[in-house]
Design a protein around this ligand. Structure first.
Ligand code: AMP
Ligand code: MN
Ligand code: MN
Ligand code: MN
Length: 293
């Protein structure tokens, strides 16, 4: 078992989490996290704040983001770790990935209005911390508040997933582009929560082999959304394909998240942890003056 308490996946109010980067850093540190990464969706706007807060607490930090990708008709998430946040191509790629979100949100609200849920666009906006990043999670919070459902998972099940009235298909980044942005900015690309995708074995094999062909190196083996069986299965997958293993809670909010920061099972000792390949980045963050990742 790898004993370091690394948590390399979570969200602040810069994307669809509810806490600030500083509050997340404190919460992670208080729960024993020794190596942390904030991985906001399609966005690096919180990175300097997260890093400064982590280092002030004596916690190691890796830069992070979670890029939305379209692959085989499904949305796949690619986590990037340990990259330069000021890389121009990465920033442009993330901006392009974010750019359709507002129009998509208007279409989602139109679909919800047709089933009697009025004002969802304005309602969701009240929960948005970053006007560039309106997500389905913000709609879910509004719809719980307005009494349409009792919790956000129910909102997704009934309204915000394929075949339901608030769902709008969306074209995200390409897999190759997302991996390239991360890699060329000096980071490591990781397939997030592989157990969440509704792929056939053939599609999953295609995802992993194409990801590797593009230069992707990591697989999130331990995540808040994996069962014990999925964790074992993706341990084997990482070993079979020679992928580095990552671990992250995917924490979004004290009220909604099933998994707390830092409170995950350890990575099997048979795996090679992703942070082994990023020691120079961890060291560099330690040595840089604050706010210059
Ligand atoms: P978006 O990027 O706007 O499509 O929103 C995706 C986000 O919605 C994910 O990152 C999760 O935070 C959240 N999400 C997706 N599916 C569910 C679900 N079934 N229950 C709760 N939250 C979900
Ligand atoms: Mn999210
Ligand atoms: Mn995700
Ligand atoms: Mn996530």
């Amino acid at each position: 078992m790898h004993l370091i308490n690394a948590d390399l996946h979570c969200h602040s109010h810069v994307s669809d989490g509810t806490l600030s980067p500083e509050a997340l850093a404190e919460r992670a540190h208080a729960r024993g996290v020794a190596l942390w990464s904030l991985t906001d969706h399609d966005e690096v706007g919180g990175q300097h704040r997260a890093r400064d807060a982590a280092l002030a607490l004596g916690m190691d930090y890796l830069t992070g983001t979670e890029i939305s990708v379209s692959f085989a008709g499904e949305t796949v998430h690619i986590v990037g770790l340990g990259f330069d946040t000021d890389d121009a191509a990465l920033q442009a790629g993330l901006a392009a990935t974010r750019s359709g979100r507002r129009e998509r949100a208007r279409e989602m609200a139109a679909g919800l209005a047709q089933v009697g849920i009025a004002g969802a666009f304005e309602g969701a906006l009240r929960y948005v911390g970053n006007p560039d990043l309106i997500s389905r999670t913000h709609f879910a919070r509004f719809m719980v508040e307005s009494g349409a459902c009792t919790d956000t998972h129910a909102v997704f099940r009934r309204y915000l997933t394929a075949g339901n009235p608030g769902y709008v298909p969306h074209q995200w980044a390409g897999l190759g582009a997302a991996v390239r942005w991360i890699r060329e900015a000096g980071g490591v690309a990781v397939i997030a929560h592989p157990g969440r995708y509704r792929f056939t074995p053939t599609e999953e094999y295609a995802l992993i082999t194409e990801f590797i062909a593009h230069g992707g190196l990591g697989l999130e083996v331990v995540t808040g959304s994996h069962s014990a069986a999925e964790q074992m299965r993706y341990t084997d997958t990482a070993l079979e394909f020679g992928l580095l293993a990552s671990r992250g809670s995917d924490f979004h909010s004290p009220d909604e998240s099933r998994t707390e920061l830092g409170s995950l099972p350890g990575l099997s000792g048979r795996l090679t942890p992703v942070w082994g390949a990023l020691q120079h980045r961890i060291q560099r963050a330690r040595n840089r003056p604050l706010a210059a990742v």
